[in-house]
Design a protein around this ligand. Sequence first.
Ligand SMILES: [Zn+2]
Length: 444
Amino acid sequence: MMTHLSVWAQSDSLIFRQLANQIMLHGNCYDDLRYLCKKIGNRISGSESCLKAINWGAETLTQAGADKVWLQPAEVPYWVRGAESLKVRLPNEKEWRSIRMLSIGNSEGTNGQILEAPIVMVEDYAALKRLTNDEIRGKIIFFNHRFPQEIINSFEAYGKAGSYRWTAPNIASSRGALAVIIRSLSTGDDDEPHTGSMRYADSVRKIPAVAIGNHSADRLEEACNKGVVKAQLQSHCTMRGTKMSFNVIGELKGSDYPNQLVVVGGHLDSWDVGEGAQDDGAGIVQSIEVLRTFKALKIRPKRTLRVVLFTNEENGLRGGIAYADSSKAHNEHPIFALESDAGGFSPRGFSMSMPLAKRKYLQSYRQLFLPYGVYDFEQHGSGADISPLEKMGVPCAELMPDPQRYFDYHHTANDVFEIVNHRELKLGAVVMSQLVYLITQYGL
Ligand SMILES: [Zn+2]
């Protein structure tokens, strides 16, 4: 009987199986992740632990069998949190109650002083707009904007709610507010506060910005509906200039087209809470695993495979920018870049940013991926670290795992090694190695 697969596709499906066997049976990525999380821990850009992670990344890529490993400098912002607390006094109560909170990354604190002011709750920007300046001036604005749980793809929902972390402090500050509290960008039915990045507009006073968990936000909402709630905010966070950091790069030289680069990576930095396990330790160890697996199976790629462990994705993107700048300066030819920065959950597909013809070409391999649970090649978009490459016209893609749990953990103290499943993590590395194999072999 004739098979539907052509001869070349049969040999590809055999290679796919070998890649899967190698990683599922002998993969190192889970052990690597344990080391990164437990021995190094969280690693915000510019910190000592970020430097440790950089050295570890270089060593691990060397052990994985890279022909060449090097560090690429990038000057990064150095933001420090310090001690912080938020207390509220409910209507008709005398006692102050502590609320779990995290300052939003890059935000300024209160200089260690206690900032006391009444809270004004709004649901969204439209509601803030309806308030007079007198109602906002001297107040702490509580943006009680809910994560849109009805949106099935949580990354899409995150994108929609994101501006309440990114720009709410600017909007409130421009109207004379003293600080903002946001409901965390969180899918969790829990009280975990989620940090993340924000950026002050040049024109506004840099007011403190903090996030609280969903349960605390529910209670605060209830209290604000009953009467005036006062808050006391105290924090030491501040931006301490810049520091030198590095992308870690390791490569396997291509046998036939060494100048055609296939980039695969994630970001090595993390927030300063938890262990940066799903975000983005998972993407780091999966990217290293791709190279290790090629080496272990003695696959010499036809095009150069380059693994990049980017620095400073979380609060500056300086690593991604430095890589793209260097690529331009050295007149390099990346033919494809793949990022893993959506968690080490079961892979479902690859989202892509590339011209239609290339997208269709990759979609033509769908059958080969189906036995590995990967079926969705329809989504658009790619990773933040490779977005500067995308702007240069490089075809980009991102591993797309099941998105339901990522925003329970993202940027929280709960993003630790224990929440990563070893089979799901490895399976992500398997399908990354499969896609990278196809492109290093046949081009794009
Ligand atoms: Zn990330």
